[in-house]
Design a binder for this molecule. Structure first.
Ligand code: SF4
Length: 482
């Protein structure tokens, strides 16, 4: 990769002639890519796994990788011992999420080796280490920045969702919409999870928050709040991942939402549509989705599925099949909300390849890319605001307008802001300021809420030397705001 004048790497295909005008290179050259389900039998632990087993949600859940011995049982000697030691150290000293990866997701790592039995050793280890899915699902200690693993202002629950709970697990941040955290677990745990405060098992570094109420009582409290808040018209039914709710429980909750005349949009949030598409292909689940979609449609409510895909390789035929099953069952749309991360998808060609795989191959609408949040130990993933703005510029004009994702910064106490909406940005200290046009549930009596600016921070290691010196001095003097 070479550097462009914008500082961004030159995308794949740069230099190729514009096939239409024949007059110069296009920064990105579109080509239709067939989706591929890599052959899982290239991994020693899955040599004898049949197609029927692979399509079984039960088999996938039972064979999720949760620890090092299980990972070794799958990969065997393909990966060097140094990699396992690096992973073990990360789990002890850095990880904010415990390990949980379905076979479906592991199979999208190093997909280029499918079709041939890969040779192990340094070459495979290097390919595995640089694989984008590995980089965010199986973080190792050497991935993290040695000097700045965390930003000085990083915090668990960096979006302050817990403070905005109006009922346990129900975050009311925007005027007309709420987030319902139904379940604190997922079929897969992502290293960068913004809800690392609550979701998953405790790690060496992070003791997780626990819900107090029983699920049934929590659901009742949420419905009671929504009955009392007619200004709320939009509910994101999330977690965790709703794929970890028994279908009947999820269906019952969505049907209760549909009884509320005030609710006009319902979105089911599930990364498992990509991580465990087998779940959403189960006949009882597809039939259940059809029941709620039919009811939603009869009441004029928009029911959609939102998923979370970060790399083009993750969009396989099974993912497309699961998305197609949801659309055939009657949901209005399946949309993707990815997270922007260095070494995963922070180049123009990577984002466009992903968006075209979603749009062309799986009928999933590219919708948002979030800048990775200010959680502990995430600096090596986060990108600067300037870089995010360059990426937004770089992806404009290739996709249909309705499928051109917005790159957004989720600013603490503000909410999602398009990256070009920053009120100001100091690129030396990496501090941007943001404004907002509504009050969160914390500021109903705050006269200054709409007048003040709210800060967000670039990763320190991306700043010029002067900015890094400034932050080191701030940390030495006991930082108390910037
Ligand atoms: S699926 Fe979503 S909620 Fe679950 S760990 Fe990943 S990012 Fe967090």
């Amino acid at each position: 990769m070479t550097q462009t004048t914008t500082g961004l790497p030159t995308p794949r295909g740069a230099g190729a002639k514009d096939s239409v005008h024949g007059c110069g290179p296009q920064p990105y050259v579109y080509r239709r890519i067939e989706l591929v389900e890599p052959d899982w039998r290239r991994f020693p632990g899955w040599r004898d796994v049949t197609g029927d087993q692979w399509r079984s949600a039960q088999w996938q859940r039972a064979h999720c990788v949760k620890n090092l011995p299980q990972l070794r049982a799958v990969l065997g000697d393909l990966v060097d011992d140094d990699f396992y030691a690096d992973l073990e150290r990360d789990q002890a000293e850095r990880a904010t999420m415990s390990m949980l990866i379905p076979p479906q997701m592991i199979n999208t790592m190093v997909p280029s080796t499918a079709g041939a039995m890969p040779a192990g050793g340094p070459a495979f280890t290097a390919a595995f280490h640089s694989d984008p899915v590995r980089r965010y699902m199986l973080p190792v200690f050497s991935d993290r920045h040695p000097a700045w693993p965390s930003h000085p202002f990083a915090s668990r629950d960096s979006l302050h969702e817990h403070e905005m709970w109006v009922a346990e697990g129900l975050t009311h941040r925007y005027p007309t919409k709420v987030l319902a955290e139904m379940v604190p677990t997922c079929p897969q745990y992502c290293g960068h999870c913004t809800r690392m405060d609550l979701v998953g098992n405790s790690t060496e570094q992070v003791t997780k928050l626990r819900f107090d109420l029983k699920p049934v009582d929590r659901a009742d409290a949420m419905i009671a709040y929504l009955r009392s808040a007619p200004q709320v018209r939009d509910v994101v039914v999330s977690g965790g991942d709703v794929a970890n709710m028994p279908w009947r429980t999820l269906e019952s909750f969505v049907m209760r939402l549909l009884e509320l005349e005030t609710i006009r949009d319902i979105r089911l949030a599930t990364k498992a549509l990509m991580g465990l598409p087998q779940h959403w292909l189960q006949p009882d689940v597809v039939e259940g989705v059809a029941r709620v979609a039919t009811t939603a449609r009869s009441r004029g409510v928009n029911l959609a599925v939102h998923t979370h895909v970060n790399t083009a390789a993750s969009v396989t035929p099974l993912v497309a099949e699961a998305a197609g099953a949801m659309l055939a069952a009657g949901v209005r749309d399946v949309r993707n909300q990815g997270v922007l991360m260095r070494g995963v998808n922070s180049e123009v060609d990577q984002l466009l390849d992903l968006c075209f795989a979603l749009q062309d191959g799986a009928m999933i609408t590219p919708y948002y890319f979030y800048m990775c949040d200010l959680i502990p130990n995430s600096e090596h993933w986060r990108v600067s605001l300037r870089h995010a703005q360059e990426l937004q510029h770089g992806i404009m004009g290739y996709l249909p307008g309705f499928a051109t994702p917005r790159i957004v910064c989720d600013v603490p106490f503000v909410g999602k802001r398009w990256v070009h909406q920053a009120h100001s940005h100091d690129p030396v200290r990496g501090i941007s300021q943001w404004t907002k046009n509504y009050r969160t549930s914390l500021e109903t009596d705050d006269p200054e809420a709409l007048a003040r600016t709210y800060p967000y921070y670039d990763p320190v290691d991306t700043l010029p030397a002067e900015g890094q010196r400034w932050w080191r001095a701030r940390v030495r003097s006991g930082i108390d705001g910037a």
